[in-house]
Design a protein around this ligand. Structure first.
Ligand SMILES: [Zn+2]
Length: 128
């Protein structure tokens, strides 16, 4: 996918609106403040059996891709994920997509941080 190293624009409004229909903001309880992903996750869809994180379909450069929901959220609200970085859940809730709960870590640091699996699927052709 010839992106020639340049940043791809953020998801468009239509995509953002669709994204937000899959978000449940927790206003109480243990995960208060988290935005829980109600779209496809391992818990609710057997096709997501290999996905510990929420998933979201997004169209980029005319191609449909399935991305991790938390990476898409980061890109929508905080900007593109720089090359070589993973999006890390500071709240520890893997299906949370609250951009305030997401931070960047270099890939190596995320591994050292105890996440045995990378917190993202790290396709370098796509900014999220
Ligand atoms: Zn959270």
């Amino acid at each position: 996918m010839g992106t020639e190293g340049k940043q791809i624009d953020r998801p468009d409004l239509k995509t953002i609106r669709r994204f937000l229909t899959h978000v449940q903001v927790m206003s109480f309880g243990k995960h208060k403040g988290c935005w829980l992903w109600t779209g496809c996750t391992r818990e609710n869809d057997e096709r997501c059996v290999n996905a510990p994180y929420g998933r979201f379909r997004i169209q980029l450069n005319g191609k449909w891709l399935v991305r991790h929901a938390h990476r898409v959220s980061y890109a929508i609200f905080n900007g593109n994920v720089p090359k070589g970085f993973d999006v890390h859940h500071e709240c520890g809730k893997h299906n949370c997509v609250n951009p305030d709960h997401l931070g960047l870590l270099t890939r190596g640091a995320n591994v050292v941080d105890g996440n045995r699996k990378r917190n993202g699927n790290g396709n370098d052709d796509v900014p999220f």
